[in-house]
Design a protein around this ligand. Structure first.
Ligand code: ZN
Length: 542
């Protein structure tokens, strides 16, 4: 009896409990309202994305002008809602409640990320967004004409304006240490110009001797890939492989475009496109695996996060790690082709019937210094990125004038890769990035993706050492499930550095990447495993 009486709440305690229940109820109602608003923003954006997908795939050319207008309306409406003062008030009112919830719960993460996004968005004046978008599409249209005509001079005024707009964008985030920092942070939150420069300097010191050692060996024969392969059979084979990896066609589809891409409308609808070249079998195989990797990430995000800012991949670099893991680490491995090569040979018996798996495997992993980034192999690829990153910094700093870019490009190509492009079309006009948006933060994500692809894969192998033998027998479930549980399902709940530490058990570091490259290319080019120096234990980068 005494016990019961002791635990009876006092009147004051009852009032406090009632007040806190009312507060909780009010916060929960506000959270419902926040989710409703965020879903509307997400739906407007997705509707614009559907129109963009349609434009890239099936829309007749005559629809371009009206389509540009229609997309602009939808994205403008989404932007207006994303910076509405009412949304800001709602987020502020929920800040305290969000902090009272467990940090990694969906609701705490949603309130935290919505607040961060809102605070970033309101710094950018709407008229800047409108000017930058209009200039971006004008510049892109000009580039589609200038590149085939090898006419860099026509792009100089566009580039100058792009640089002005890029610096203007950064100015809204002042103070910063480097003018490129706000752009880098936008793509790869938590990274800076200084941290990327440190990463690239270490990377280059290891990669350059590796490239030299490989290029001293006999050149790999790749002519088996450059025969005439019927396009429909190529498409069908690539789609079948993507499905076998785990790309779900009930929640996606594959179409043809000149430049392959993946796009998400919801967890239940993540589409990819690919490119088929009759005379290069590698094109369709690896662009499909790459885009399927991006799409499997998006398909694997928890459905509970759909329609919120958490329902998408966390950063450009982590996204690239997923496409490259499936494309390169898995899709260019010997084990993968132990399983798929016999069926590829059956489909293309005339072309590949007498080509051994060893020759085919060497062909799809041929290392060569070349002018074009998108054709580059795994070993030289990062040198193309380092070159672009350094030029971006010089352009933004004003040290390099837009008109002097072709010459600077050629000099950098010779210094980094030992080759010079024949013309600007295959030189500084080759990538769309600088001609379709800002300059700054546009390229580092590819290299971060390469590094992380090996680090995530190594972590998956620690948990499941049998993954390579499963891949060689055509089973991808264990790897796919591990990635879904450790990377995909979280969407954007955790900032990239936090996600990497949770998943890989350590901050981003290059040791697994160098180990992966050395082991693979030592076998392919008959080199000692320590070729090009030894990575040893590198310090973590972040
Ligand atoms: Zn990609």
């Amino acid at each position: 009896m005494q016990q019961i009486r002791k635990s009876m709440p006092t009147a004051r305690q009852r009032m406090t409990a009632a007040k806190s229940a009312r507060n909780r109820h009010s916060a929960e109602q506000k959270l419902v309202e926040l989710k409703r608003r965020l879903r509307e923003i997400s739906d407007l954006t997705a509707a614009g994305d559907v129109l963009n997908w349609d434009q890239a795939t099936y829309m007749p050319r005559g629809g371009a002008e009206a389509r540009g207008r229609q997309c602009a309306v939808l994205y403008r409406l989404a932007h207006e809602q994303a910076v509405a003062p009412g949304l800001g008030k709602l987020i502020d009112a929920l800040a305290h409640y969000g902090e009272s919830l467990p940090h990694d719960s969906d609701d705490a993460s949603l309130i935290r990320v919505a607040r961060r996004d809102f605070q970033k968005m309101i710094k950018i004046p709407p008229d800047h967004v409108a000017r930058a978008n209009a200039h971006g599409s004008a510049s892109y249209n000009a580039w589609t004409r200038a590149r085939p005509a090898n006419d860099f001079v026509a792009m100089v005024p566009y580039l100058e304006r792009t640089l002005d707009l890029s610096r203007e964008y950064s100015s809204y985030f002042a103070p910063y240490k480097h003018v490129a920092d706000p752009h880098i942070d936008y793509a790869d939150e938590g990274m800076t110009t200084a941290s990327i420069l440190k990463l690239f300097s270490e990377l280059k010191s290891q990669l350059a001797p590796m490239v030299c050692a490989i290029c001293e060996q006999p050149v790999a024969e790749a002519s088996s890939l450059r025969q005439a392969f019927p396009k429909a059979a190529q498409f069908e084979f690539a789609l079948n492989v993507a499905q076998r990896l785990g790309y779900d066609l009930n929640c996606g589809r594959l179409d043809l475009t000149h430049h392959p891409f993946s796009t998400r409308f919801s967890t239940g609808d993540v589409r990819i496109t690919t490119h088929v070249n009759e005379n290069d079998l590698g094109d369709v195989l690896f662009s499909t695996l790459h885009e399927a990797g991006h799409a499997m990430y998006e398909q694997g995000i928890s459905a509970a996060l759909d329609g919120t800012p958490l329902g998408k991949g966390v950063s450009a670099g982590v996204h690239e790690s997923q496409s490259r893991l499936w494309e390169n680490v898995v899709g260019r491995s010997r084990g993968f082709w132990e399983h798929f090569y016999p069926s590829l040979q059956r489909v293309f018996a005339e072309q590949l019937g007498s080509v051994t798996i060893a020759v085919f495997h060497r062909a799809i992993n041929k290392v060569a210094r070349s002018s074009i980034r998108t054709d580059a192999d795994e070993v030289t690829y990062n040198l193309h990125i380092i070159l672009r990153f350094n030029l971006e910094l010089k352009l933004l700093e004003g040290e390099l004038r837009a008109k002097d870019l072709p010459e600077a490009w050629r000099a950098a190509m010779k210094a980094e890769l030992g080759v010079a492009p024949a013309d600007d079309r295959d030189g500084c006009l080759q990538d769309v990035h600088w001609y379709s948006g800002y300059i700054g933060g546009r390229f580092q994500s590819y290299t971060i993706g390469n590094i992380l692809s090996a680090q995530f894969y190594a972590a998956a192998l620690r948990a499941h050492p049998n993954i390579p033998s499963e891949i060689a027998s055509g089973k991808f479930d264990t790897l796919h499930t591990w990635l879904r549980d450790n990377v995909y399902r979280h969407g954007s709940k955790f900032v990239p550095n936090h996600l990497i530490e949770r998943t890989a058990g350590a901050a981003m570091n290059m040791t697994p990447y160098f180990d992966y490259l050395r082991e693979k290319y030592a076998a392919l080019y008959r080199l000692p495993v320590s070729f090009g120096g030894n990575s040893g234990t590198l310090p973590s980068l972040l």
